[in-house]
Design a protein around this ligand. Structure first.
Ligand SMILES: [Fe+2]
Ligand SMILES: [Fe+2]
Length: 354
C-alpha cells in the first residue's frame, strides 16, 4: 500500500465517516426520550499533560504499514520505541459549592515519557496522595492506554472507568501482563474499582459531569470511546475527549439531544480526530461548517485534530483557544510542533478554563 493510500485509510476512519456510520447507544431510538438533567458545575479546567502521542507521523505510519495496515490489531504491530509519547489530561472540576475534584483522563503510551510528564506536572504526587483518585480511560488505543503502569505504580487502587468495547488484551494488561511483541507491559495489577462503561447509560462521577460510552469503530481494531461532558453554570456544555473517534459533530449532537440545556454548547477540549496525518479531504471543510454552526465559545484542540484543520478552522472564524510555546521546553518535541507556524494546539503544559 502506498503511503498516500495509507493516509487515506486513516482519514476514512476518522471523524467524517465514523460520524455517519457509528451507532450511538446501540442503535436505540432516542426520539421522544426525556432529556436528562445532569446538574451543573461552576467551572472546569483542563490541563494538557501530554498531547504528543508519538513524535513522528512517518515513523508510526511505517510501523503500522509493516504490520499490515490500519485495520491490523494494535497488539500485532511492532512500534519503534523511540517514537512513543502518550496522551493524558488533568481535569479539575469546581462544583457549585466550591469543592474541587481532579480526574485523570487517559494514561499515555510510553511509560518513560509518562513518568517524565507526570513528574513535570506533579501528577505522580497527586496520584500518590489520592488527590486524584479516578482515571477515565477514553479508549484503549496504544497512545491513551498502554502507559497504564505509569498511573498504577503510584496508586494501584485508583478507580477506573474503562470503555466496554476494550480489547481482551487491554483487560489483561490492567491485571498485569508483559506482552513482549509489541513491547508493552504493566507490572502493577489494578486493585481498585473498575467501572466498565456500557451503552444506554450515563455515568455521573459527580453532579454536573457525565461520562458516556459511544460504541464507535476506531483504527487498529479498537472499538468504543468514553466521552466526558460537563454542564457549566451560565455557560453550557463542555465536551472533553481523548481521540473523538465517534466524530465531533456526533458528540455535540448527543449532548443536544440528551441533556437538559444541551442545546447550548460552550466548548470542547481534546483530540478531534480529523486531519490526523495532516492530509486534507473536502469533508473536513464540512466539519468546519458543522462546528461553526454550533456556535461554541472555546474550541481547545490538539493531538489527532490535525494542525491543518485547526488552522483552517481558526481562519474560518471558529474560536480556537491558542496554546503557548511551553511544549518546546519539553525533553522531546514532535516533528509537527517543531515545524508549526502558530499555536492553534493546546500543547504540552498548556491549560484551558471553561
Ligand atoms: Fe489518540
Ligand atoms: Fe484513538
Amino acid at each position: 500500500m502506498k503511503r498516500r493510500e495509507f493516509l487515506k485509510g486513516m482519514a476514512a476512519s476518522s471523524a467524517g465517516v465514523a460520524a455517519s456510520t457509528m451507532i450511538p447507544f446501540g442503535g436505540k431510538a432516542l426520539a421522544g426520550r426525556k432529556k436528562k438533567d445532569i446538574g451543573m458545575v461552576k467551572s472546569v479546567k483542563v490541563q494538557c499533560i501530554s498531547e504528543t502521542s508519538w513524535f513522528d507521523n512517518a515513523t508510526l505510519g511505517k510501523d503500522i504499514k509493516a504490520a499490515g495496515g490500519i485495520n491490523t490489531n494494535q497488539y500485532d504491530v511492532v512500534y519503534n520505541q523511540e517514537n512513543l509519547g502518550g496522551y493524558a489530561a488533568l481535569i479539575e472540576v469546581e462544583a457549585l459549592d466550591g469543592k474541587k475534584t481532579k480526574y485523570l483522563l487517559d494514561t499515555g503510551w510510553s511509560n518513560d515519557w509518562m513518568d517524565y510528564v507526570f513528574n513535570k506536572d506533579g501528577i505522580d504526587k497527586m496520584l500518590k496522595s489520592k488527590e486524584i483518585d479516578t482515571l477515565i480511560v477514553s479508549h484503549d488505543h496504544i497512545d491513551h492506554y498502554w502507559g497504564i503502569e505509569s498511573t498504577l505504580k503510584h496508586q494501584p487502587g485508583i478507580k477506573i472507568y474503562m470503555p466496554g468495547g476494550s480489547m481482551e488484551k487491554s483487560f489483561q494488561l490492567l491485571k498485569g501482563a508483559d506482552f513482549k511483541k509489541p513491547q508493552v507491559k504493566n507490572s502493577v495489577p489494578h486493585t481498585g474499582e473498575l467501572i466498565v462503561t456500557k451503552v444506554n447509560k450515563i455515568y455521573q462521577p459527580q453532579t454536573g459531569m457525565a461520562i458516556v460510552y459511544f460504541d464507535a469503530p476506531a483504527t487498529l481494531q479498537v472499538r468504543g470511546e468514553n466521552v466526558v461532558y460537563f454542564n457549566v453554570k451560565g455557560k453550557g456544555i463542555v465536551t472533553v475527549t481523548g481521540c473523538c473517534h465517534p466524530g465531533v459533530l456526533t458528540l455535540i449532537n448527543y449532548a443536544r439531544r440528551n441533556f437538559a440545556g444541551g442545546e447550548k454548547n460552550y466548548g470542547c477540549y481534546g483530540g478531534l480526530h480529523i486531519s490526523v496525518f495532516e492530509n486534507w479531504d473536502p469533508k473536513f471543510d464540512d466539519i468546519i461548517a458543522g462546528v461553526k454552526h454550533y456556535d461554541m465559545t472555546k474550541v481547545a484542540c490538539n493531538h489527532c485534530t490535525g494542525w491543518i484543520w485547526a488552522e483552517k478552522a481558526k481562519a474560518a472564524g471558529i474560536p480556537i483557544v491558542m496554546g503557548t510555546d511551553k511544549n518546546k521546553s519539553y525533553k522531546k518535541v514532535g516533528t509537527l510542533a517543531k515545524a508549526k507556524t502558530s499555536n492553534v494546539y493546546i500543547g504540552n503544559g498548556d491549560s484551558v478554563m471553561f
